[in-house]
Write a protein that binds this ligand. Structure first.
Ligand SMILES: [Zn+2]
Length: 68
């Protein structure tokens, strides 16, 4: 019999990581524990540079478990 595996949210390690990157000059906010810091960084960067495109990167983690 083959063991079934499922992919589940990993609650044992790091929580999600949020980051924003400018698509014009590739400057970045750096990683943060929530969305607020990167958003504030992007708005400040837009005001200072007039760069208006941003890539929002959210990294979260999964853990594979044997179902039986
Ligand atoms: Zn920029």
């Amino acid at each position: 019999m083959t063991t079934a595996w499922v992919l589940t949210p990993d609650r044992t390690g790091s929580p999600a990581i949020y980051e924003v990157e400018c698509t014009s000059c590739l400057a970045g906010s750096g990683p943060a524990d929530d969305d607020d810091g990167p958003a504030v960084w992007a708005l400040r960067h837009a005001r200072e540079t007039r760069h208006t495109g941003y890539r929002r990167i959210v990294t979260d983690f999964r853990r594979a478990l044997a179902a039986d």
